[in-house]
Design a protein around this ligand. Structure first.
Ligand code: 5GP
Length: 174
């Protein structure tokens, strides 16, 4: 499979993350914010988004598996790495690369809500349109994209292409 059309350029991503970072800065002013990145895909978004947040944020990461090497969601969610710290009474913002079936976030929200954070919100760079998913409120969203498999900016195909600075389609993936 080859990299296809560029869907979202590096400049467009940067502009969007600047807006999202400004909104987060406004909303969490005076609050103690913990960003939780979902590995591996979200590490690029997390790094770039965080640098547009003008607050003394803290970072933590979770590793979740909901996708094998296939290009379709399996619905199976497994925690491979849990958080390093407690989140009780913390303001928590989950940072995701992409919302597809929403199964990963749905599961994560339930799992983290039990730990009684002061607040729990979602930020996602990409949201696939036209996909049926459980109700999910993404407070900070980047781009809506068609329901096609994409790579780049943290998203992989068989472990590769996460380093592309843009989001692109994959020829022959759907
Ligand atoms: P969901 O649970 O919303 O179906 O999918 C969540 C995870 O599946 C994402 O965090 C991402 O790792 C992976 N995923 C979903 N759609 C895509 C896609 O188009 N391309 C890639 N590379 N990964 C995807």
């Amino acid at each position: 499979m080859d990299i296809g059309k560029v869907l979202i350029s590096a400049d467009e991503i940067d502009e969007k993350l600047t807006e999202m970072g400004a909104a987060i800065t406004r909303d969490y002013e005076g609050k103690d914010l913990l960003l939780i990145g979902i590995l591996k895909g979200a590490f690029v978004v997390m790094a770039d988004l965080a640098r547009h947040i003008d607050l003394p944020v803290e970072f933590d990461f979770m590793a979740i598996s909901s996708y094998g090497s296939a290009t379709k969601s399996s619905g199976v969610v497994r925690i491979l790495k849990d958080l390093d710290q407690e989140i009780a009474d913390r303001h928590v913002l989950i940072v995701e690369d992409i919302v597809d079936t929403g199964l990963t976030l749905h599961y994560l929200l339930k799992n983290l809500q039990v730990r009684k954070p002061a607040s729990l919100e979602l930020a996602a760079l990409l949201i696939k349109d036209g996909v049926e998913r459980p109700p999910l409120e993404v407070r900070y969203e980047g781009f809506h994209i068609p329901p096609k498999f994409v790579v780049g900016y943290g998203l992989d195909l068989d472990g590769k292409f996460r380093n592309l600075p843009y989001v692109a389609e994959v020829e022959g993936a759907d």
